[in-house]
Design a protein around this ligand. Structure first.
Ligand code: AMP
Length: 187
C-alpha cells in the first residue's frame, strides 16, 4: 500500500491532479474537503458542526478529520494506494497520520507539493466559484482567510516532511496536462 500526500494552498490544483492520478495509477483519492462537504449535504451531526467553520474559511478540528481518514483507510483494504488531498493541514494531523500508518506497518511515500503564488490561487478560486457553487469560494474575505490559514497552519508542514526527505515540489502553474506530466515524472 502506497500513501501520497498532495500538498499546497487551496486552489493549487490538487483535486484536478488527483483525478488524473486515480485514472492512471488506480489509487484512491481521499479529499477531506469533499468528505466534509458530503457530511454537510447529508445534514449529519458532523456536517452541522463543520458547516460554519468551512463557510468562514476556518479549519475543522483535528480529531474529526483524523477519524475520517482512519475510517477511509480501514474501509478500503484492497486499493493500491491513497492520495490524501487537503490532509494533513496541521502539524498535529501530520503526527497523528504518521502514528496511524506506523500502527499498520506503513508510511508516507512522498509529499507532492504544488507551488503557486497567492495571486494565481485567488484567481483560480474565483473562477471555481462560478463553476462549483462553493460558499467558501464566493467571498474574497473568506478566500483570503483560507490562504492566510494555509500560510500559518499548513505551510509549517513543509519543514516536517523535509526532515524525513519526503517533500517534493512541482511547479503548479501551467496547463493541466503539463502539470500532470511533472507529477508522473516525480512518481
Ligand atoms: P478543501 O476542499 O480542501 O479546500 O477544504 C475545504 C474546507 O474544509 C477547508 O477550508 C476546511 O474548512 C475544511 N477542511 C478540509 N480538510 C481539512 C483538514 N485536513 N483539516 C481541517 N479542516 C479541513
Amino acid at each position: 500500500m502506497k500513501y501520497y500526500i498532495l500538498f499546497g494552498p487551496p486552489g493549487a490544483g490538487k483535486g484536478t491532479q488527483a483525478k488524473l492520478m486515480v485514472d492512471k495509477y488506480n489509487f484512491r483519492h481521499v479529499s477531506t474537503g469533499d468528505l466534509l462537504r458530503s457530511e454537510i449535504a447529508k445534514e449529519t451531526e458532523l456536517g452541522k458542526k463543520a458547516k460554519a467553520l468551512i463557510e468562514a474559511g476556518n479549519l475543522v478540528d483535528d480529531s474529526t478529520v483524523v477519524k475520517m481518514i482512519e475510517s477511509e483507510i480501514d474501509n478500503n483494504p484492497s486499493v493500491k494506494g491513497f492520495l490524501f488531498d487537503g490532509f494533513p493541514r496541521t502539524t498535529a494531523q501530520a503526527e497523528q497520520l504518521d502514528k496511524m500508518l506506523e500502527k499498520r506497518g506503513n508510511k508516507i511515500e512522498k509529499v507532492i507539493s504544488f507551488i503557486i503564488d497567492d495571486k494565481k490561487v485567488f484567481e483560480r478560486i474565483k473562477h471555481r466559484a462560478e463553476i462549483e457553487n462553493r460558499k467558501d469560494d464566493a467571498e474574497p474575505a473568506t478566500i483570503q482567510n483560507r490562504i492566510n490559514t494555509y500560510h500559518c497552519k499548513t505551510e509549517p508542514l513543509i519543514g516536517y516532511y523535509k526532515k524525513c526527505d519526503k517533500y517534493f515540489e512541482i511547479n503548479g502553474d501551467g496547463e493541466i496536462d503539463e502539470i500532470f506530466a511533472r507529477v508522473i515524472k516525480l512518481l
